[in-house]
Design a binder for this molecule. Sequence first.
Ligand code: NIG
Ligand code: FE
Length: 455
Amino acid sequence: MINALRAVSSRRLLDCCSVTSTKKRDKKIQLPILLANIGQLLTLQTFSAKAGPRRGPDLKQLGILNDGAVLCFGGKIVSVGTTKDALRDPWLKKNRKKVTEIDCAGKVVLPGFVDSHTHPVFVSPRLVDFEKRIEGASYEEIAAAGGGIRSSLEGVRRAGKSALAARVLAALYDMAAQGTTTVEAKSGYGLTVQSELKSLEAIREAASRWAGTVVATLLGAHVVPKEFQGCSQKYVEIVCKEMIPAAAKRKLAQFVDVFCDQGAFAPSQAEQIFEAAMEHGLSVRAHMGQLAHTALRPFFRFDPASFDHMDHVNEDDIAQLAKHETIATLVPGANYFLGLKEYPPARKLIDAGVPVALATDYNPGTSPTMSMPMAMSLACTHMKMTPGEAVAAATINGAWALRVADRKGSIEPGKDADLAVFAVEDCREIPYWFGANRCALTVLGGVADGLASFV
Ligand code: NIG
Ligand code: FE
């Protein structure tokens, strides 16, 4: 199993041990790490000849190795195999003292979760909305009465960048504690040029202090702010002509997102925003079909990375998605927290060959959870996904949704050393123990987080 490592000279190993990782890694050292005695190692390696996101029956292929071991070095996965093979390897025998060995004692190890849809740049929880909904008001009614997204704007507009960055960083730490190693983070609660850029800068600042990976998204078109009510087109012009060019020029975002729905932005406006994004070299994704149906067909010309929510989809949308690499990202936390009876039709999508991912949609209005295992549990109980499908949707297909599948989402030599160790014997327990955090250790880019308390 250590074949790949044999090729690495001991000189390079010493370099790796002595050098602090990157400037963004909190100055932690990426020592060689061996995770051994893994009860179930979910590699998520693909054995299918078909490249691309996992679809249909391939979604539940987890590539499980029993009694596995993973060697990480310099922030990358170096080799993957059985513990027996790892310990027999002459290189490891010789260099054992340089390697931090983590005895997983039968626990489950899987790729760190890729949470491909979050809104972490906000200041306060929306407790008034929460209580109004309990009394029977709907998300749309609360928004129309001045609550909802618009009520989160003032706090973000007033906050300083460092205060916002501190909130984002706190969320990233909470996510990592539950097994997440890659996070997509959207702006979208400022909705002025200045406060959207400030939000993206806060994401960048938080990312620079976290060992995991953050992918930033400009969501300037989250809702029409009240200054532009009745003249939404003027706001769209600002998004297209000011926000997108400024975010692109300063390399603050990889993606542009639009909330394309009833009460938010019209499909024609989403197309204009996508056009501006493409002109400035940014990729696109969208909130689609959460409250009402929007036909997806006109949007495929922009090669969107993902359509998210997808509560309302029709046969044509499904047929189109099955033909493309655009991921359908399902966020059942939002349905749960809004108290909805209906959930997105995951079974129908998967059975039709649509590549499906799962994400938390962490935000103050519809989904205040940072837990991917919770999203997976909801996917199993309410959307009838199998635990295996939920694992792949939360890892490798999340990586596809962020266009980072070449580096993330599976445990394979050469990929980033992003791992989650769960104190369970069987991977099906991850969505089973809902509301409990069974994540015992997270490895983010080769940096082990939680080692001090690991048993
Ligand atoms: O994904 N639907 C749009 N955006 C969020 C909700 C944001 C909020 O209510 O603050 C979502 O559910
Ligand atoms: Fe969202």
